[in-house]
Design a protein around this ligand. Sequence first.
Ligand code: HEM
Length: 457
Amino acid sequence: MLDGKITNAPHIHRARALLDSRALMRNPIQVFEKYRKQLGKTFTFHFAGVKRAIVSTDPDFIQHVLHKNQANYRKSHIQVKRMREFNGYGLHNSHGERWLSMRRHLAKGFLTNRLKKMMPIQLEVMDEAMEGFAQRAGEGPVDIYQEMVKVSLALIGKTLFGRRISDEELQVIADAVSDIQAFILRQIVQPYLIPWYRLSGKTAYYQKIRGEGESLIEEHINIRRRDGGGGSDMLGHMLETLYEDTGRPMEDSQLLIETLQLLIAGNESSSIGMAWTFYLLARHPECIARIRSEIESVVGEGPLDFAALRRLEYTAQVLNEALRLYPPFWMIDRIAQEEDEAAGIHIPAGIMVIPYIYGTHRNPDFWPDAESFDPDRFESTAARERHPYAHIPFGGGPRICIGSDMAMMQSVLVLVSYIRDYDFEPATERPSNICPMMLLRPDGPIPLRFRRVAGAS
Ligand code: HEM
């Protein structure tokens, strides 16, 4: 067929998709939103005019792919392969038995009792962060995006490694991670340039950066081994716990890969989520006031412990609403291993299947007045009545984000720490736009003006 129709879902003509391919590289969400508004909740097109893809915002379709028949859908080969080249073969990019064994092993480190034990480390990090912030806030507008990158790195870094790795070392690792991520993305969207990257020495250059980051982590693991290991941080868990199936601890080489992958997975997603939350709150002072009054009634002058954080229900609603409008993972990609059918759509074997999270979260069938910021949508009764796959910032099914509870706990803690002491507002009229890379970054700084509230500690 001339238009290259792929399945029984509405289809973008192949020539149209080809014409859109440059725009797709620049801002895929803009193109996807245009298609979604034109064609509805599920549609097909040829990625770059060539690769067949089904994009869906239909919660039934997504639930089928991520949960009900998840064994039929694997992460794309190119993502797995490119990631393996730089970040090793870990939880994020493995499948089958290997993935299951690692997932069970690592999941124990994210259980509620472990998160509770991590609380003192997190509180210490936030105390330090707030001390430094007082001066920065007094000097003028603060770029909350960069602020959140720093805070999230300190939180994730110290949750993973405990207190003994320095901020300078964390920065080296974070820079390496961020440069390598960007390089991996370039290879995924422009695979024809891979031979050139190899010949020109670019691949070797990024391998060198990766080596530098890795040796820092390796050194830290060695120190922990020598000093006896253990502790309430994630590295302590990985050193202490034995695999259920083999009864053996994790090998050092695997420890290195998993630590690196957790740092990568946790850091950027959390900082982006927090930055957008502050961005939205700055434009909704009434929500800041409600959070502050919730903190006063739930925590008061008492200690900010794990149980108190869990009782801050409105604060969690605000985070869920921000993750709805600006989901850091704006899409998930899978490849169908065998022919299948989901929500009435035929899925040919080998096709790319994209649960398009950003579009799902703005689908007016599930979200009345979808573009507006309204944390009351997550009030418990309304949330219970909604389709479980209408709000999926952490994905779904067996591969749902392993760090979701930790991310929520840290994000509530960050909001409480700032909002207890500060009011804030936009320092510019210019709205921030989305810049969808692998994750949904803002297109530049998000400058906010902070003012200490009367009677702040
Ligand atoms: C707001 C913050 C976060 C968001 C929005 C987020 C989102 C996600 C999503 C959507 C997935 C599923 C990807 C897929 O199915 O292909 C995922 C997987 C994952 N996330 Fe997160 N994440 C966040 C924070 C964290 C944190 C703090 C950690 C750990 C420290 C973490 C570790 C992981 C890992 C290891 C996986 C892979 C799990 C597997 O394949 O079994 N994430 N995350």
